[in-house]
Design a protein around this ligand. Sequence first.
Ligand code: FES
Length: 89
Amino acid sequence: MISVRVEGWAAFPLPVGATLLQGCEAAGIPMESACGGFACCNSCRVGVLEGDCGVASAEEEPFLDLPSQRLGCQWQPAGDVTVSLQPGA
Ligand code: FES
């Protein structure tokens, strides 16, 4: 299990291979997902504050402004991370 902390919320465990969006939904954290998790909107975009943000997929790249951003519906964190749901703030 990976430990994920979303800024302003308690940390929660995320199974290896699960997306951040799946973890937030299971933990009751309101991550937007306007396109239903198909990498078509960017409402699930997060900023990675701590930990390895990995490499964004080709589907994510058009929606990202910074290397430290990922789409929650596509990203499967590989280690403990802290993220912000307001990546531009
Ligand atoms: S939910 Fe739309 S891009 Fe992630």
